[in-house]
Design a protein around this ligand. Sequence first.
Ligand code: HEC
Length: 257
Amino acid sequence: MPFWIQSSLSKYSNLTPYSILSGLGKVLFMPLFFCEEAEAHLYLRHLNYQNQLSMKKHYALCSLAALAIGIFLIQCSSAPTESKKENVTSEIKPLYGGFSSAELYGEHLVTICACNDCHTPKKMTDHGPEPDSSLWLSGHPASMPAPAVDRKDMAERGLAVTDFLTAWVGPWGTTYAPNITGDETGIGMWSEQQFINCIREGKLKGLSRPLLPPMPWQFYKAMTDDELKAIFAYLKSTKPIKNIAPAYEPPTSASAM
Ligand code: HEC
């Protein structure tokens, strides 16, 4: 075997598709030129040099592609971290539900939970009874009687009756919505914990008998501590109005319950 083939093959002892192709090229091309061995060797060196150049270009391109992929992957992995950070920030609950004070937050909650519907006396208007803003949350007026109905009959028929939503006659007896203003006849003397117990446990004054219908404490008890505290802060801040709603009256007969 001519030395130029031997030498070029020994150079490519590490056989790769690239080296095989390159060696084959040399074997096929050289007889066509009928050159001297030295010239042929020079030519092959030239080919080899070009191969090396094209390999270098190839490596350079591969490196660029790898760099681009690397940058892309780093960006992909950093993007969710940033959005996670954003989420964490937006998950932080604003103080007082976005209101500027506990009292304003509480006023908002009392409004949307319709506490006024039952706890504020009404005045009659052309389009029915409306909460009397001068008696806000002061409960069923002490001097006002409950609806005049046959209680025994109502209880036996399982009906609940009301006129202005502050007094209710039903199978459970007669209940009157109490005063919940900041006055001492309302919740003025209550502690915050007493109020939380009242709504969470459904206990009159937070420590006495179970609350009866229609006070919907079973739903309000799902409120968070922050919400209950805000409501209490608002109730404490309301205009104090003196009024002690009539006491609860049990049903006319125990069997009616
Ligand atoms: C559907 C009518 C109704 C609604 C609405 C209502 N209440 Fe009542 N609430 C009552 C009645 C009636 C009682 C008295 C129940 C009893 O005597 O067992 C009561 C009792 C209470 C008591 C106990 C008072 C005490 O002296 O022990 C508190 C506190 C109270 N309600 C707060 C609220 C708050 C705050 C809201 C709104 C978030 C509200 N209520 C909404 C009817 C209602």
